[in-house]
Design a protein around this ligand. Structure first.
Ligand code: GLN
Length: 331
């Protein structure tokens, strides 16, 4: 484990350290194994990171450990699709209704034939198929460029082993792409869209990166470190809305009820949480519950939300802003 390296004296940092110690030995959950390469991960890895919209970082645990971003990528690719095609067009191809079903549900909306939302696999594949570019290389480069703006690092890369592992075993995703092509929701280049989807899922990030990416969304699309606009601010509310209603799959309703913040999980064990205009949070622990969400990640987020009154509809939010608490040293 690496120790936290900044803001070490802050009470908020101490709270993160306490959460880390409390859940570090929690053995519940299983690592994802349906993608064979993911099963090789060390199940004990654990980190919690946060970044404020004014660029202060807090981190504990294995925050520099690289892992594949998996479904968390869906959030950011949705933003790029909105920029490329506009809201109205994207809505003709992907809905915004929660499914109440698993992330890999094959069910499409019977009336419109659209996938239900961009956070489940079917909707994410349809979203990825909307990314503009002259060919597969240009589309991949545009995607990487977009991720670079959020992460604020230039040395990002895709894990080829995980990509190949998903590409050769992802029959269910492939079947969904065929079905969506049948219904006219994605065009005939669906093999290219699938490859791009598997590539976006195989992007390597750290938990610290997740916090910066979440903080960028919290900061109306501007990376708090580089000050670069990662996504047009007019689409941030669309992104946060689908995260809020659909980001945690068939746990999304309970999450909204208990934690009350836009979030997104992935099967490698990451979760991002956005507290609009205040802070972005990233948690990483590969042990998953039966819905595919990180067990320790959910616990940590529950405690953070409760402790700091972060629930969007918590009456206290109006008078007791989290950033103000941090500034007063009461965090
Ligand atoms: N790449 C994974 C898949 O398509 C992403 C799923 C996830 O992270 N929930 O199954």
């Amino acid at each position: 484990m690496t120790e936290a390296n900044n803001n070490t004296s802050s009470p908020f940092q101490s709270f993160l350290q306490q959460l880390y110690s409390k859940y570090k030995s929690l053995p519940d959950g299983k690592v994802a194994s349906y993608i064979p390469e993911l099963a090789k991960v060390d199940p004990d890895l654990f980190s919690i990171c946060a970044m404020t919209t004014d660029g202060r970082g807090f981190e504990v645990g294995d925050f520099n450990q690289l892992f594949t971003i998996q479904s968390i990528s869906k959030v950011f690719v949705y933003g790029l699709a909105l920029e490329d095609r506009g809201r109205d067009y994207v809505l003709t191809r992907v809905g915004v209704e929660p499914t109440g079903d698993a992330f890999n549900s094959i069910i499409l909306d019977e009336r419109s034939q659209r996938p239900y939302n961009p956070m489940v696999n079917a909707g994410a594949i349809a979203t990825t198929s909307l990314i503009k570019g002259a060919g597969p290389t240009e589309r991949l480069n545009r995607l990487l460029e977009m991720f670079r703006r959020y992460i604020g690092r230039h040395d990002i890369f895709i894990d080829i082993s995980v990509f190949m592992s998903e590409r050769t075993t992802g029959h269910r995703n492939r079947a969904m792409a065929h079905l969506m092509h049948h219904f006219g929701m994605i065009d005939e280049k669906f093999d290219e869209a699938l490859d791009l989807y598997f590539q976006q899922c195989s992007l390597m990030v750290t938990c610290r990166d997740l916090a910066v990416m979440a903080a960028t969304l919290a900061n109306n699309g501007v990376n708090p470190i580089t000050k670069e606009q990662a996504v047009d601010c007019v689409y941030v509310k669309d992104i946060l809305s689908v995260m809020y209603t659909c980001g945690m799959y068939n746990f999304a309703g309970e999450w909204a009820y208990k934690i009350g913040l836009p979030a997104k999980s992935g099967v490698s064990g990451g979760i991002i949480v956005v507290v609009p205009n205040q802070i972005g949070i990233g948690v990483f622990s590969p042990l998953l519950d039966e819905r595919g969400n990180s067990v320790r990640g959910v616990k940590v987020c529950e405690e953070l939300s409760r402790q700091f009154g972060l629930h969007m509809f918590d009456a206290a939010m109006g008078s007791c802003k989290f950033l103000e608490m941090l500034n007063c040293g009461n965090g």
